[in-house]
Write a protein that binds this ligand. Structure first.
Ligand code: 13P
Ligand code: SF4
Length: 329
């Protein structure tokens, strides 16, 4: 039974029984319940290792759209669970800790964004996937960092576009495509913190290292990149490229997969501006632990619910993205 303490906490607070082989139990429950575990590259390495599927936001949405499982456990942040639920309304979608939100999604409240859209009649609304279901319902096409450039470029050059909520990604697309999309003023607290000065200091110590940058980073950091791309694109680049060292300016969880794929290469996490904190970690993603994953599967809670009317609108903007990028990485 779901109790009040759990509801208040946002996750199942019960300790895992002593002596439990937690990994074996998680896998056993997945089999028994026909559940699939999906994980984002920013979660802890052990979560990525136990998942059935690990990917960037785009790949996770695509995988959800085609899974045969009855239960999807989304090891990531709340909006990722919502996206899965919108795409699979008849499946049970679980996120092990409901406190795993996203500063970027939170920088775009639905009421204010709705007013912003109203103030720009005739504009096409393109929103980044890091948004709540309510924002997706106000959106014409959803994009991820993996397909944003491609989708924006598919519109005529003179199309009037609102792009939200990430100002850094929006500015990057504007600079590459020569467009002047109207931008919502939002950002991610992790990607905003990378320090150009400290990245250049690290580069001076490792002159052969290539700099990999997620487009949610600020403009000056993006400018020094050898490769700008989504988590999946950066991972792919690091596998195919011939350098032996990389400075990685995105959430440090991605280094787990990079290092697994290329054990002989050196991956250095790009430093944030505050050297005293682990600010290049997404504190929301790191809330997903093995214990919470175990309990979430055991009790099939916390479960994502999306208002039916909101979901009916939001699914159109997500499906439009999937139609426009059937094979993008
Ligand atoms: P990706 O779309 O590259 O997976 O990024 C998601 C995200 O949350 C970036 O901060
Ligand atoms: Fe959101 Fe930033 Fe965390 Fe990505 S890294 S989930 S954008 S808070």
């Amino acid at each position: 039974m779901i109790n009040k303490k759990w509801i208040k906490a946002g996750y199942v607070t019960e300790p895992v029984p002593i002596g439990t082989d937690i990994k074996a139990e998680i896998r056993r429950m997945c089999k028994e319940k026909n559940a699939v575990i999906m994980a984002h590259y920013y979660t802890d390495g052990e979560i990525q290792d136990i998942a059935d599927f690990v990917g960037d936001s785009l790949a996770l949405a695509k995988q959800a759209a085609k899974t045969n499982a009855d239960i999807i456990v989304m090891c990531g942040v709340h909006f990722m669970g919502e996206t899965n639920k919108i795409l699979c309304p008849n499946k049970k979608v679980l996120v092990p800790d409901f406190n795993a939100t996203c500063s970027l999604a939170e920088s775009c409240p639905a009421k204010e964004f709705g007013e912003f859209v109203k103030a720009h009649p005739g504009y096409t609304v393109i929103s980044y996937v890091n948004t709540t279901a309510a924002i997706k319902a106000l959106t014409d096409v959803v994009v991820t960092s993996g397909n944003a450039m491609q989708i924006v470029s598919s519109f005529p050059k003179d199309e009037k576009i609102i792009f939200g909520p990430d100002r850094n990604l929006g500015n990057y697309i504007n600079s590459i495509t020569g467009r002047s999309m109207v931008l919502w003023d939002g950002a991610c607290h992790v990607h905003e913190k990378f320090s150009l000065e400290r990245i250049l200091e690290l580069k001076a110590q490792h002159p052969n290292a290539k700099i990999l940058v997620h487009p949610e980073c600020k403009g000056p950091v993006v400018k020094v990149a050898d490769k700008v791309g989504s988590t999946a694109a950066l991972l792919k680049f690091s596998q195919e490229d011939d350098a032996s060292e990389y400075i990685v300016a995105t959430e440090s969880g991605i280094l787990h997969k990079m290092q697994q794929a290329c054990p002989e290469k050196i991956f250095l996490p790009a430093p944030p501006d505050d050297s005293t904190c682990a600010c290049n970690e997404c504190n929301y993603m790191k809330l997903i632990t093995m214990e919470k994953l175990y309990n979430c599967l055991k009790y099939e809670w916390p479960e994502i619910e999306v208002d039916k009317k909101v979901a009916e609108k939001a699914v159109k903007s997500i499906n439009r993205m999937l139609e426009l990028t059937p094979s993008s990485k």
